[in-house]
Design a protein around this ligand. Structure first.
Ligand code: GLN
Length: 260
C-alpha cells in the first residue's frame, strides 16, 4: 500500500518534508511501518506536487523508480521551497503497471490527488461506476489503475462544482458499495486546504499553531514522519478537512454518502 503526505504552512524545502525527517517518505519507501493489505516496500515509483507560489498552478514530478534511486529528485528537493506540497511513494497492486503515470499525485488545474489503498475486484467490480464517466475521461486515464480511476471519479465531481470533501466522501461511498473490502484513503489539496479520507488504512494529522512570526501549519500523512509530539491518528471511516492551524473530522457514514 502506498504512503502519502500533504502539507500546508510556512514555506519549507521539499527535502524538509520528504527526505530529511527520521521516518520521511524516503525511508517509508524501503521501511514502512504499516503495510496492511499487502506489499513490503514502496519502490514502484513516487511523485511530488508543489505550489510555486503567486497563485501559479502546482508543479509535478513523477517517476517509476524508487525514491531512493533518484539523485536528481534529491537535488531538486533540497533546492525547492513551497508552502503547499502533496507527495506519495507507490507500491503497485499486483497486476497494475509500474509506470510513472500511475504514481500520484494526479492533477488538474489547482488540484493534486493521491490514493493509498486498493479497489477490490478491480476492474470488474467498478465497471458500472466507471460507465457513468464521459468515455473521453476513461480513454485518457493517466494509467489503467484503480487510483487513476478514483481520480477521474473525484475530478468529475470537482468539475461539477461539488464541495471537495463531499466529492471524496461520495466517491468512497460509491466504490465501497460495489467493491466491499476496498481500502480507500484519498488525499486532495488545492494548495489552500487539504481533504482526506481514512477508509481501512492508517492516517494521521498534525497541526502546528502560529507561533511568533511563524505561520500555522497542518500535515496529513499515512505514517508520522518523525517522533515529535502532536500527531493524532484519524479514526477509521472519517473525512478530514484541514487548513493551516486546524482540522475537522466527520464520520464518513454521515457525509456525502447519499448523494451521487
Ligand atoms: N492500488 C494502487 C496502485 O497500484 C495504489 C497503490 C497502493 O496504495 N499500494 O497504484
Amino acid at each position: 500500500m502506498c504512503r502519502h503526505l500533504a502539507y500546508l504552512g510556512p514555506p519549507v524545502t521539499l527535502s524538509t518534508l520528504l527526505t530529511e525527517p527520521s521516518h520521511a517518505l524516503l525511508r517509508q519507501s524501503w521501511a514502512p511501518r504499516d503495510m496492511r493489505g499487502g506489499g513490503t516496500v514502496n519502490a514502484d515509483g513516487f511523485g511530488a506536487g508543489w505550489y510555486p507560489g503567486s497563485g501559479a498552478p502546482p508543479v509535478r514530478y513523477r517517476s517509476d523508480r524508487p525514491m531512493w534511486s533518484d539523485t536528481s529528485f534529491a537535488a531538486l528537493a533540497g533546492a525547492t521551497r513551497s508552502a503547499a506540497v502533496l507527495a506519495a511513494v507507490r507500491s503497485a497492486t499486483t497486476g497494475m503497471p509500474v509506470v510513472s503515470t500511475a504514481a500520484a499525485p494526479f492533477t488538474e488545474g489547482r488540484w493534486l490527488f493521491s490514493h493509498n489503498g486498493v479497489v477490490r475486484g478491480w476492474p470488474a467490480s467498478v465497471a458500472g461506476v466507471a460507465a457513468r464517466l464521459p468515455v473521453t475521461d476513461l480513454l485518457t486515464l493517466d494509467a489503467p489503475t484503480d487510483s487513476a480511476l478514483l481520480w477521474a471519479l473525484v475530478r468529475d465531481r470537482l468539475r461539477a462544482g461539488r464541495d471537495p470533501g463531499d466529492a471524496l466522501a461520495a466517491t468512497v461511498a460509491e466504490i465501497a458499495a460495489v467493491a466491499p473490502g476496498s481500502r480507500l484513503n484519498l488525499l486532495l489539496t488545492d494548495g489552500s486546504a487539504i481533504w482526506a479520507t481514512a477508509w481501512d488504512h492508517a492516517l494521521s494529522v498534525r497541526v502546528l499553531p502560529a507561533a511568533g512570526t511563524a505561520a500555522a501549519a497542518v500535515t496529513v500523512v499515512s505514517e508520522p514522519f518523525d517522533d515529535l509530539p502532536g500527531w493524532a491518528p484519524v479514526p477509521d471511516r472519517h473525512l478530514v478537512r484541514a487548513v493551516p492551524g486546524r482540522y475537522h473530522l466527520d464520520a464518513l457514514t454521515t457525509v456525502g454518502a447519499t448523494s451521487a
